[in-house]
Design a protein around this ligand. Structure first.
Ligand code: C2E
Ligand code: CA
Ligand code: CA
Length: 807
């Protein structure tokens, strides 16, 4: 049952209650009424009273009549009055009801009333017994009637009482049943209330459940919402990614197109029925195919078209495709080379596709093939002289060594190095140098037998593999022949050039040497030949190895020397001839070797240059010389020798300015001596560096002038402050007439160019006199002083000099 019905029932029940209550109150009123009847109006009693009083009146009258002294007239009157009032009462209340219900009894009552009224005058004037008797006579007939009335009233009263009794019982029952009904109702109501409560509780629980559910659902909804929004975001991201992909794809397509049409290879793709899917620009270009051809055309048709355009030619593509189709039967990827009768060559890479078609790339490798063979040749030959190169020479040597071992034959390796070639190259230019090398190569080729190999190993180094020799004499003969041939003058565009060659020879008799060992031995022998004055040959001797070891040792010692402070600067005076005093000192480096003692710079400077130590060493010399010079009288300069290698290093200018800054020496007191060879290398850069140094205020002197190839031209390239005439001219002054002439002309040249001229290596008074006579402005040499440590300098000329002047 629903709550609504329940409420309806409750309302009905409550209404029932109200009605019952109202009804009960009505009943109570009714009962009250009934009870009143029972209590107050007693019809029989009234009738009996009337009868009683009537009888008493008769009795008094009789007594009065009988002259009873106890009964007075007043008493009779009183009795009369009582009965009158009693009779009046009969006509009121319940009795009146009774009277009116039975007319005969009403007549009796009215008769009584009438009789009483009739006797009233008598009673009032009751003076004799007769009067009393008369009154008694009037009243007498009523006696029986009144008894009858009383009896009837009694009967009526009984009836009424019974009636009321019934009514009361009925009311009692009704009341009881109502009360019972109310109790039942109450119980029912309680039950209903209980049920209602349960229903309410259930409803409440359900509501709570609903609420929980609602909460759950809303949480779920929220989650779903979130999931949805993240899904949306994801979607958006995917969308973006898709767009990016699409863009990428488009780009890729463009790139693919670009790549396809910019491929160096021709590319063609056909389907299973030989119809073109795609081909690129290079393919069209390679085989003269119309680029506007739409896909779908057969390959055969394309070839026909190309041939029709070319008229007499058969397209190479025809042959290639035929070959492809033949190979297609294997259904494998393959690559092949197709060569046309005219030498045109194609490289084809063929790739079958799953749809029965294929894709292939075509490359015209004609040029490449030619280039390859060219390269193969070049890889083994020297481009300039067309001689075998180092690679081929080594291969031949290796081969020869195995042969030699097998056949117990002797063979030799001759290593050649051209003497003074570098000077030619540097002074006359690379082109002349190259031309000279070609001529040398020709002469070398003419010197050897056909089975021998001559190679250019690089620069001015050559090597000869002399095969099948009897003894060392064969080698010596060949070496002599080569030395002579190479040293014959060369005529290069009207210029006569003379160079020489030194040769080192290593003989292999047992094949027990590796190519490297053999080459190294020949190289060592060459080294010796050069040291022994050039234009000669030397055989390898085991000691040479020891020399090499010694050089290695020198190198390691030299590396340590700077750190170990084994270097010292000596200073040799340069004398100003006219002023007759020391104008400056040349700083000369000394190495005090811990075991070998003093080592000459002529020996270790080239090594320092080779092993890259000259720059730090040179920097040390610069700084040291400047520091020492600051302790000298102001007018005295210091000259520092610079190696050409230092010029190659870009930090030279920095080093010089640092030395000046650290020592505080005035720049014009520093003189830098450079040799001609400095100007040989990268002239422009060197000259620029020299100018930079000059701008700092430093003086620049050209050292060893006259030993180079074109000393004069170097004088043009930079305005030197000083020319130092090489010692060799001074040394031979007295023995060779031309030397004096040369010194004289250099002095004149210097004078006219505004440069001072220094003669080096002046050892004797005679030399000094000749030099001064020739016009040199300064002199330097043992005659004036040997190089000395800074501490031993006196800055004063020795007595010899003065003696000479006197002379
Ligand atoms: P150089 O620049 O020509 O120096 C002159 C060389 O001649 C010095 O040899 C000197 O001792 C020597 N000498 C001087 N007067 C006479 C003489 O009257 N008779 C003879 N026979 N010789 C004389 P040194 O000191 O052995 O130097 C040799 C070479 O080493 C120098 O030749 C120079 O080129 C180089 N050298 C010396 N010190 C340095 C240096 O600090 N740096 C660089 N790069 N080279 C240096
Ligand atoms: Ca010098
Ligand atoms: Ca010199």
């Amino acid at each position: 049952m629903s709550l609504r019905t329940l409420k309806l029932v409750l309302a009905v029940v409550i209404a029932g209650f109200i009605v019952s209550a109202a009804y009960i109150s009505i009943l109570i009123v009714e009962r009250q009424d009934v009870l009143k009847h029972v209590a107050r109006y007693n019809t029989p009693w009234h009738a009996a009273q009337a009868v009683h009083e009537f009888t008493r009146l008769e009795q008094r009258l009789s007594a009065f009549a009988a002259h009873d002294p106890t009964v007075s007239q007043d008493e009779v009157s009183l009795r009369y009055d009582i009965i009158v009032s009693r009779t009046n009462l009969l006509f009121a209340g319940d009795f009146r009801e009774f009277l009116y219900s039975a007319p005969e009894w009403l007549a009796v009552a009215q008769e009584l009333d009438k009789a009483l009224k009739a006797i009233q005058p008598t009673i009032d004037h009751l003076d004799g017994p007769d009067a009393a008797m008369a009154a008694l006579k009037v009243l007498e007939p009523l006696e029986i009637k009144l008894a009858g009335l009383a009896s009837a009233a009694n009967h009526y009263g009984g009836q009424r009482a019974e009636q009321d009794q019934h009514e009361l019982i009925r009311l009692h029952w009704m009341f009881s049943s109502l009360a019972a009904g109310l109790i039942v109702f109450g119980l029912f109501l309680l039950a209903l209330l209980g049920w209602h409560n349960r229903l309410l509780e259930r409803a409440h629980n359900e509501l709570r459940l609903y609420a929980d559910n609602f909460e759950n659902i809303s949480a779920k909804l929220e989650r779903t919402n979130k999931a949805l929004s993240s899904a949306y975001e994801e979607l958006q991201l995917r969308n973006e990614a898709l767009q990016a992909q699409e863009h990428e794809l488009r780009m890729q397509n463009e790139r693919f197109d670009a790549a396809l049409n910019n491929m160096s290879h021709g590319l063609c793709m056909v389907d299973g029925s030989d119809r073109i899917i795609v081909f690129n620009a290079r393919f069209a270009e390679l085989f003269g195919i119309d680029r506007t051809v739409q896909p779908g055309v057969t390959l055969g048709h394309l070839i026909g078209q190309a041939e029709a355009q070319d008229r007499e030619e058969v397209s190479p593509l025809r042959g290639i495709v035929a070959e492809q189709q033949e190979l297609m039967l294997k259904r494998q990827q393959f690559g092949f080379i197709h060569e046309e009768p005219d030498g045109q060559t194609f490289a084809i890479s063929h790739q079958p596709m799953s749809n029965g078609g294929w894709v292939a790339t075509y490359e015209d490798i004609t040029e490449r093939r030619q280039a390859e063979s060219q390269i193969a040749y070049m890889a083994h030959h020297d481009a300039l002289t067309d001689l075998a190169n180092r690679v081929l020479f080594r291969q031949q040597l290796e081969h020869a060594l195995t042969e030699t071992g097998r056949e117990r034959l002797k063979m030799a390796v001759l290593c050649l190095d051209l003497d003074r070639f570098k000077d030619v190259n540097d002074s006359l230019g690379h082109e002349t140098g190259d031309a000279l090398l070609k001529l040398v190569a020709e002469r070398l080729r003419s010197c050897i037998r056909p089975q021998d190999v001559v190679a250019r190993l690089g620069g001015d180094e050559f090597a000869i593999l002399q095969l099948a020799i009897d003894d060392q004499q064969d080698c010596a003969t060949l070496a002599t022949r080569i030395v002579e041939a190479v040293s014959m003058p060369y005529d290069l565009e009207g210029q006569e050039i003379v160079i020489g060659t030194s040769i080192g020879i290593a003989v292999a008799s047992e094949g027990n040497l590796s190519p490297d060992q053999l080459l190294k031995q020949a190289d060592l022998a060459l080294y010796r030949a050069k040291a022994d004055g050039r234009a000669t040959y030397r055989f390898f001797e085991p000691e040479m190895d020891a020399e090499l070891q010694a050089r290695r040792l020198l190198e390691t010692d030299l590396r340590k020397a700077l750190v170990n402070r084994e270097f010292e600067l000596y200073f040799q005076p340069q004398v100003d001839v006219r002023a007759n005093e020391i104008g400056g000192y040349e700083a000369l480096l000394r190495w005090q070797h811990p075991e070998r003692g003093m080592i000459s710079p002529a020996e270790f400077i080239p090594v320092a240059e080779d092993i890259g130590l000259i720059s730090p060493l040179g920097d040390w010399v610069l700084e040291q010389a400047c520091i020492v010079a600051t302790g000298w009288p102001r007018g005295i300069k210091v000259a520092v020798n610079l190696s050409p290698v230092q010029f190659r290093n870009k930090t030279l200018v920095q080093s010089v300015s640092r030395a000046l800054a650290r020592s505080g020496l005035a720049p014009d007191r520093l003189e830098l001596e450079v040799t001609e060879s400095v100007l040989l290398q990268d002239n422009e850069l060197t000259v620029a560096t020299l100018h930079q140094l000059r701008r700092m205020g430093v003086r620049i002197a050209m050292d060893d002038f006259g030993t180079g190839y074109s000393s004069l031209s170097y004088l043009r390239s930079f305005p030197f402050d000083k020319i130092k005439i090489d010692q060799s001219f001074v040394r031979e002054l007295s023995s060779r007439a031309d030397c004096l002439a040369i010194v004289r002309s250099i002095a004149g040249l210097g004078a006219s160019l505004g440069m001072s001229t220094v003669a080096e290596g002046v050892e004797t008074e005679d030399q000094f006199l000749q030099i001064t006579a020739a016009g040199c402005t300064e002199v330097q040499g043992y005659y004036f002083g040997r190089p000395k440590p800074a501490s031993e300098l006196v800055h004063m000329l020795a007595t010899k000099r003065r003696k000479a002047e006197v002379a």
